[in-house]
Design a protein around this ligand. Structure first.
Ligand SMILES: CSCCC(=O)C(=O)COP(=O)(O)O
Ligand SMILES: [Zn+2]
Length: 209
């Protein structure tokens, strides 16, 4: 099998797993997987599709500018430039972007602060942080409809071959050395977001009783 086909299947599998979690509401979300480093090419989801469906037009190959690198009528994701920034600056092999209720609420609650830090949670080990009382911080950047500007701001927070950035009232983008790592980071952050929100509401309820 060609690298193209192997990577297609890998991304399709991740897409179906995230769809099973209902993480693609209203056609939101986009996913990418690197096919080649030199020159850079990666598969990215076609824009505007229902990502819960599996079709032969789910992905297209794009180049280091995020432009189609194959003959196609498909349009790359509107947010392809964010994936471009990741692959240009790191050795990441996969990047995932989803809009969830929890990541949007967390991004609004902590948006003015510009980040949120998690500590004291066993799941922090999913980020490869095994020491006692390890913490993980995720930056929160403002959203804008002008994607080149969003990509510029986003790029300032890319460090390491695995990482994540929250875009305020928009969604999360994570990346990892491969699809397994990117998905692990995504699931771990979504767990921490959900835990934080649940605990805050229960504490609030406790305080009013
Ligand atoms: C309907 S969601 C608005 C666009 C967006 O934020 C997104 O993640 C999906 O855009 P795409 O072009 O990748 O389908
Ligand atoms: Zn989005």
């Amino acid at each position: 099998m060609t690298a193209y086909k192997v990577k297609w299947q890998e991304l399709s599998d991740v897409k179906q797993e995230l769809a099973a979690r209902d993480w693609f509401p209203g056609t939101s979300g986009n996913l990418a997987i690197k096919v080649d480093s030199n020159p850079l090419t990666f598969l990215v989801t076609a824009s505007g599709k229902d990502k819960r469906k599996v079709t032969e037009e789910d992905f297209l190959l794009v180049d280091e500018e995020g432009k189609p690198a194959e003959q196609t009528s498909l349009k790359p994701s509107a947010e392809t430039l964010l994936h471009v920034e990741i692959y240009k600056r790191t050795r990441a092999g996969c990047s995932l972007h989803v809009h969830t209720l929890d990541n949007n609420v967390i991004s609004e609650l902590y948006g003015d602060k510009g980040f949120i830090t998690f500590q004291g949670q066993e799941l922090i080990k999913a980020f490869g942080l095994w020491e006692e009382n390890a913490s993980i911080t995720i930056p929160i950047i403002p959203n804008t409809a002008f994607i080149p500007q969003l990509a510029d701001e986003f790029a300032q927070h890319i460090s390491g071959d695995a990482g994540a950035v929250l875009i305020r009232n928009h969604g999360i983008t994570v990346w990892g050395r491969d699809a397994f790592e990117a998905k692990k980071w995504l699931e771990a952050f979504e767990f921490l977001f959900s835990y934080t929100l649940k605990l805050a509401s229960l504490r609030q309820l406790q305080g009013t009783n």
